[in-house]
Design a protein around this ligand. Sequence first.
Ligand SMILES: Cc1cc2nc3c(=O)[nH]c(=O)nc-3n(C[C@H](O)[C@H](O)[C@H](O)COP(=O)(O)O)c2cc1C
Length: 268
Amino acid sequence: MNSKGNDSLGTRSPLLPGEGSGVRPLLLAHRSVRKFTSQSVDDALLAELVECGIRASNTGNMQLYSVIATTQEPLRSELCKLHFGQCATAPLWLTVCVDVARYHHYCRVNQCDEPYGNLLWFISALVDASLCAQNICVAAEDKGLGFCYLGTVNYNTRQIAELLQCPKGVVPVIAIAMGYPDEEPRRSERLGQDAILHRETYHVPSDDELVASHRVRDDDPFNKRMVEENGTRNYCEIFTTKRYPREMNTAVSRDLLQFLRDSGMWDF
Ligand SMILES: Cc1cc2nc3c(=O)[nH]c(=O)nc-3n(C[C@H](O)[C@H](O)[C@H](O)COP(=O)(O)O)c2cc1C
């Protein structure tokens, strides 16, 4: 958007900052969607969404990320397989990548050093990619679309990068399955501000405070049912023994670190 409120697609943004866009009710109504109708997301809408992503703040305005949109078969199904078949009906898959390759290319063309394949820039670009992705997702919800982020991008990063033909310096870090919702999921619970917001400095909670702030999670009827179904002692144990156990975390981290090294992202 330029100073007159026009974005790079040449359309005027309907609102300028401070005009009150109703974004808060949209944010508060968020829920992940995992089942989608067969309706595709047309290219003009995709462009609008990505434009919203591109407008997100980013480190030094260097935009060290890329977004790969996958809609065509058989690629869409191959990608879904690498996400263990999750969100199988989603017509649109967005893979957001940390991308230092484009900036290094820019450096080479300008006969400059290429100093961005390292931890500092991986973290910076990861934050930028996340902000871009979340802007896309909020804009998508505003248009009546649903989506689900897929952390499985971290489990098969190498294979996903190969499938999507990512060159060195381009690492998939965020995956989003998107489309028109074919379900109305519940609005899941959240820890409240008593756990999340620290005023002025960090407050380490006592055990009692910790238990009180997590009651919203531990007493949630849906979560209680999951405890029964999983046969665990409590909700926490579902995560530590079944969903994200230590051995799996360690193995995935090892593979991920090796891939980051191979991709030139860990070059220090
Ligand atoms: C980085 C990230 C990875 C996620 N990975 C998965 C996933 O692999 N499968 C899934 O069903 N949901 C996934 N989710 C969705 C979360 O489970 C969901 O956001 C969370 O349970 C809160 O529910 P809500 O989004 O409906 O409020 C992921 C969310 C994020 C932000």
